[in-house]
Design a protein around this ligand. Structure first.
Ligand code: HEM
Length: 405
């Protein structure tokens, strides 16, 4: 295999305000011209950007040759703070087996499809409360603030077992942790503060267990308090912003594709398939599934050296015409199974069933409650959030006909 000394390009992140649902245009070009493309990582190390579904699948499915170990990982996005540092106890997404298997086993049973189905009634209640508040506020409202953000936050509180009285504080702290534009130091300070807060909760749960995920984990003598706290924080961080962005961006996408919204309204049973298609079409986890090669390995005809970082562009894989016909079309009746919006392999999203339940209930109830929901500003004025690992909207101003709701 010939060895190349490639020129390394920056990782494409640019989104277009005119096509806010499409991945950066460069990714499409790369998929045909250079599908395993040399890139410069934020810390200057060697990286490879994968844009074909087949290659992304192969790498994420091979955890032996492509490691998730914290100290080897690099962030795809400038300014993000995941660059080289060791994984800390309980950081499930930054460890390989056997440690990963041990942690994942502790959590997996708490996020099964049946457990999530049991939670649906509570989620429906939380969604209804948010819709009631929107109605009370009256149009126009910012859907991110009134709907997309509070729902996953309250659901996570419910799951972890955060008291009602403490929820406002909890939400404030989460917001601080997820605030963008902060420097690496500010971000790490917010994470540490939040870890301290979750640790207090874990200690309290150990003393007075209640019926929730954090109490269950805290009661497990094989897990240390630090591990449980960092697992709790991972659930919080991974579970909040992702689902919030999907709720807002998915609503925006449906409002911009009125035929698809009409199909969904005409047959609400399409919602499960519509959620899969929105997950594929929007692929909000832009990056964040980086791996590093544990040995020299060939991917798509390129030699990847041991220690090199591999960056699967999930959003490009999900628009690969080799895998999905007419990939750039949103089609709520499509069989979108096989998308990699939740990743693939042993690290595939632990909270995917929870996210699905929140999205199905959320979209269905929103469009039922507000049949005349529409944008309150021209679409090009809807502010995008591109500076985060997960893509989304900063605000989504919407309005509706309040009379005769
Ligand atoms: C992992 C996406 C919601 C918890 C992942 C990964 C992706 C992802 C792409 C794989 C990362 C990798 O391979 O390195 C999403 C999206 C969501 C969502 C698009 C919403 C639409 C959630 C929720 C939770 C959650 C609601 C929990 C409450 C996790 C955890 C992991 C993970 C703990 C790490 C799993 C492991 O390393 O074994 N997610 N996620 N996610 N997600 Fe999600």
């Amino acid at each position: 295999m010939p060895e190349t000394v490639p020129e390394r390009r920056a990782i494409p992140k640019e989104r277009s305000q005119t096509c806010p649902f499409d991945p950066p245009a460069t990714l499409r070009e790369l998929r045909t011209q250079d599908p395993v493309c040399p890139v410069a990582m934020a810390d200057g190390s060697s990286g490879w950007l994968l844009t074909r579904h087949e290659d992304v699948h192969a790498v994420l499915g091979d955890h032996r040759r492509f490691s998730s170990r914290g100290e080897l990982r690099n962030s795809a996005l400038d300014g993000q703070v995941t660059a080289a540092r060791p994984a800390r106890p309980g950081e499930i997404n930054s460890v390989d087996p056997p440690e990963h298997t041990r942690l994942r086993r502790k959590l997996a049973g708490k996020f099964t499809t049946s457990r999530m189905a049991q939670l649906s009634e509570r989620i429906a209640g939380i969604v209804d409360d948010a819709l009631d508040t929107m109605e009370l506020l009256g149009p126009p409202v910012d859907l991110v603030e009134a709907f997309a953000s509070p729902i996953p936050s309250l659901v996570i509180c419910e799951l972890l077992g955060v008291d009602y009285a403490e929820r406002a504080e909890f939400q404030e702290r989460t917001k601080a942790m997820l605030t963008l534009g902060a420097s690496a130091d500010q971000f790490m300070a917010a994470v540490e503060e939040m870890t301290g807060y979750v640790t207090k909760l874990v200690v309290a749960k150990r003393a007075r267990p209640t019926d929730d995920v954090l109490s269950n984990l805290a009661a497990d003598e094989e897990l240390t308090t630090e591990e449980v706290s960092r697992m709790g924080l991972a659930l919080l961080a991974a579970g909040h912003e992702t689902t919030a962005h999907m709720l807002a961006l998915g609503t925006f996408a449906l409002l911009r594709n009125p035929d698809q919204l009409a199909a969904l309204r005409a047959d609400p049973d399409l919602v499960n398939g519509a959620v899969e298609e929105l997950l594929r079409y929007l692929t909000i986890a832009q990056y964040g599934a980086e791996r590093s090669a544990t040995e020299d390995v060939e991917v798509g005809g390129r030699l990847i050296r041991r220690g090199d970082v591999v960056v699967p562009a999930l959003m490009a894989a999900n628009r690969d015409p080799e895998r999905f016909g007419d990939p750039d079309v949103l089609d709520v009746t499509r069989q979108a199974a096989g998308h990699v919006a939740f990743g693939f392999g042993i690290h595939q999203c632990l909270g995917q069933q929870l996210a699905r339940v929140e999205l199905r209930i959320g979209y269905k109830a929103l469009f039922q409650r507000f049949p005349t929901l529409r944008l309150a500003v021209p679409p090009e004025d809807v502010p995008l959030r591109t500076d985060s690992i997960t893509y989304g909207l900063a605000r989504l101003p919407v309005t509706w006909d309040a009379v005769g709701l």
